[in-house]
Write a protein that binds this ligand. Structure first.
Ligand code: SAM
Length: 237
């Protein structure tokens, strides 16, 4: 029986190193871990969630697809109940970038070994990229996928020398531009539209937030230029 996994989660699975011991944080339905096991892509999967109900659903799915004995389940707020040697690859998918930052920053042992982080922010990806760059995590690659009408990005990062990113690069990272994805143009367009709305919203706001406005303006200018260069074929950096 095939695991009904979305394109978004399939891209997360593709970025998991072969034979990894995976902790899937915020597992919900458990499909990512089940797909990894079914396809021989992971040696072990620990499926964790903050709430008992999703964990129960993941357990039922594991039984349904015949992997009940091969997957571990853990009620855990982020990585709080996970020991450092239980996984070498940490996945946080389908959560806001701000929540992923909260989860990573609350974990005291993430920089102790060369853990692989597979991160798929549903929103606020710019906050996640900025945090990684400023807190000792090196982004190794970032890829795009279209699932329905939505575009998602998935990052792979490791402890290392982080790269501080300009406002524009926090939204459209150098690694994403290097990916050469055919979806890049559309992605930049969407980011540009969202940034323009943020700028207009702040300009019309009663309560002035000059620093925020300057940040959005700067990001918008950069992303506009990136998109134009991308359209002219004048480089992805
Ligand atoms: C939208 S689902 C994403 C499920 C799956 N990872 C995916 O990408 O399809 C988010 C899941 O994260 C869980 N979650 C939220 N905050 C969490 C936290 N602090 N620690 C662990 N899980 C959390 C929620 O209970 C929910 O099951």
């Amino acid at each position: 029986m095939k695991i009904p996994i979305s394109k978004r989660l399939r891209l997360c699975a593709q970025l998991v190193p072969e034979g990894a011991r995976v902790a899937d944080i915020g597992t919900d339905h458990g499909y990512l871990g089940l797909y990894l096991l079914q396809n021989g892509l992971a040696a072990h999967v620990l499926a964790a969630d903050l709430r008992p109900q999703p964990l129960q659903t993941a357990k039922l799915h594991a039984a349904k697809f015949g992997f009940a004995g091969q997957m571990e389940f853990r009620l855990s707020d982020g990585l709080a109940e996970i020991a450092p040697d239980e996984a070498d690859t940490i996945v946080c998918a389908g959560m806001g970038g701000d929540l992923i930052v909260e989860i990573l920053s609350a974990c005291p042992w993430l920089r102790d070994r060369n853990y692989t982080l597979i991160l798929q922010p549903q929103s606020a990806g710019q906050e996640l990229r900025r945090w990684l760059g400023e807190h000792g995590f090196a982004i190794e690659c970032e890829q795009l996928v279209q699932d329905g009408k939505f575009l998602y990005t998935v990052l792979r990062a490791h402890p290392g020398a982080g790269t501080p990113l300009s406002p524009g690069a926090q939204y459209v990272s150098p690694w994403l531009r290097q990916s050469g994805s055919p979806l890049l143009g559309a992605y930049m367009q969407r980011i540009e539209t969202a940034l323009r709305r943020s700028v207009e919203g702040l300009m019309g706001a009663e309560h002035q937030r000059p620093e925020r406005l300057a940040y959005y303006r700067s990001a918008l200018e950069e992303v506009e230029e990136m998109r134009k260069n991308h359209e002219n074929g004048t480089g992805n950096l």
